[in-house]
Design a binder for this molecule. Structure first.
Ligand code: HEM
Length: 493
């Protein structure tokens, strides 16, 4: 019998899901790490003053062995991921192709301990970066605050807060998943229905939280000012990072090495994205949704991640490499747990008189409850596609018109041509984030995905998993009707 994973074995709480139940550590108290914390105190101010790089370059290479507890290691990871992205992208400065040893060395070591990739991710910017305003208050938007942002803007904080508030529903969602699996093992259709209904209600809540993004996060600020810092260094040639980033002190080559050898050492990582949310992945796995969409991942893109080299991987498989190892292993355990979908399917195929002795009414209830969860997940994905259109596709299409301050981007159609520096100690000439609209007018995501077609595929893969009658053509059209005109008119794909 396949085992049902115990949440606590994977550092997951029945209350807070993937968020640490006692809240992330707010500061490293060991004075040894004061040089890091001092920079964190002023991170956004240093960025604004154009002094962050200078400050970081003055740092000693600190050992990570004094980070004893998991909470300390997570705090260290938050700090180093923000140093890394602040250093690489800067603020109205040329992008840097190298990460200095004082960040690269401890970051790669810490990433290896936490079994994740040394780059900013959903865990570092959201899961381990929040606090409660009132310690005894609820874990929701009324009482959540972010500890760190790059820009200090409310819009940036809100973007992370919405994601954190969604994650906060993880305890409820995963409790429902695990209990539904227990009910499957006990062959108790009534209980399976009960827990699936609970799960469906929770997924519906995720969508309600998601759409609150519009309240306090301005799409233009998001696109031009905030997203910059979340970008990674994969598919970022137009942003001045054709080879990725050299993690100095970790991947150095001998002085006489040729350029090819040198560039082979550069690391390519996707940027931070809520696509790395173990919660949404868990829902897919629990409901049996199989994603094959690759975005534009190519063989070899998984290089330097814990994935095997030179294997084409789906976007979803790849995103797991940017999750904490424990959360990734939870997903693997969930894949091997009793299949809720299989149970519902068996029941619906066999019907009355089957070994489970389920009657027509129960059968229908089971089917409705299961497919209801997938319907809610589809609606969540539809709302997300609309959001991506508002926050990425439209601003990318409109370009910089309307912005009053110089932008830290190389993505606009009128951006200067890139001259890539081959001198490792000299930053390249390109400013800021990736070009997001290419010559063919394809809008790409932070992970380099061909955005809207990819997201639609992920949504359709959700619906395809329903056990009841599969999506009709008119239903498929309805799905697309919910996506705004700019997308349907084929402006972007
Ligand atoms: C302003 C709001 C948001 C924007 C602009 C946005 C943008 C994107 C983009 C560009 C992708 C494609 C993957 C990539 O290239 O990184 C993506 C994927 C994804 N995002 Fe978001 N996102 C937003 C908010 C959220 C939130 C709050 C969540 C909730 C956890 C979320 C969950 C996901 C998931 C699960 C995927 C993977 C695709 C899928 O499962 O359908 N996103 N998002």
């Amino acid at each position: 019998m396949n085992r049902i994973p115990r949440l606590e074995d994977f550092g997951i709480s029945t209350e807070t899901g993937f968020l640490p139940p006692n809240g992330p550590l707010r500061r490293l108290l060991n004075p040894y790490y004061e040089p890091w914390e001092y920079i964190m105190d002023d991170l956004k101010e240093l960025l604004l003053a154009g002094k962050l790089r200078q400050k970081i370059l003055q740092l000693p290479i600190l050992e990570i062995s004094h980070l004893k507890t998991e909470a300390e290691q997570q705090r260290g990871f938050v700090i180093l991921s923000m140093f890394t992205h602040g250093f690489i992208w800067g603020k109205n400065e040329p992008v840097s192709q190298v990460l200095p040893p004082c960040v690269a060395v401890p970051f790669t070591r810490l990433a290896s301990i936490l079994d994740m990739s040394p780059v900013l991710c959903n865990a570092s910017i959201v899961i381990w970066n929040w606090r409660l305003l009132d310690r005894d208050g609820p874990l929701d938007l009324s009482n959540l605050a972010m500890m760190h942002t790059f820009t200090g803007s409310h819009d940036e904080a809100w973007f992370y807060l919405i994601t954190a508030a969604i994650e906060a529903q993880g305890g409820r969602a995963l409790t429902a998943v695990v209990n539904a699996m227990k009910a499957v093992v006990d062959n108790s259709p009534g209980k399976v229905v009960y827990w699936l209904q609970k799960l469906s209600e929770t997924i519906q809540k995720l969508e309600r939280i998601l759409v609150q993004m519009y309240d306090k996060c301005d799409p233009y600020l998001f696109y031009w000012k905030i997203r910059t810092y979340l970008a990674g260094w994969k598919n970022m040639a137009e942003a001045g990072l054709p080879h990725g980033i050299l993690y100095q002190g970790v991947d150095d080559v001998k002085p006489y090495a040729d350029q090819e050898e040198l560039y082979s050492r550069y690391r390519k990582y996707a940027g931070g994205s809520a696509g790395q949310s173990a919660l949404i992945h868990s829902l897919d796995v629990a409901l049996g949704v199989q994603h094959t969409a690759t975005g534009d991942s190519k063989p070899g893109d998984a290089e330097n991640t814990p994935l095997k080299k030179n294997r084409p991987v789906s976007f979803f498989a790849e995103m797991r490499q940017y999750m904490p190892g424990k959360h990734r292993r939870f997903l693997e355990a969930l894949e091997n747990a009793p299949s809720i979908r299989q149970y519902v399917q068996d029941m619906s195929v066999n019907g009355v008189g089957n070994p489970h002795e389920i009657d027509d009414f129960e059968q229908e209830e089971l089917l409705e409850a299961f497919d209801g969860c997938l319907e809610q997940l589809k609606l969540f994905r539809n709302a997300h596609i609309q959001m991506v259109t508002r926050y990425i596709v439209i601003p990318a299409k409109k370009g910089q018109s309307g912005m009053t301050t110089p932008l830290n981007v190389g993505g606009a159609a009128d951006a200067p041509k890139t001259t890539i520096s081959t001198n490792l100690n000299k930053p390249s000439n390109t400013h800021g984030i990736a070009r997001t609209v290419n010559k063919e007018d394809v809008v790409r995501g932070t992970g380099g995905t061909d955005l809207i077609p990819f997201l639609k595929t992920a949504r359709d893969e959700t619906t395809e998993c329903k056990v009841g009658p599969t999506t009709t053509k008119s239903e498929a059209k309805d799905n697309d009707r919910q996506v705004p005109n700019s997308v349907r008119l084929g402006l972007i794909h």
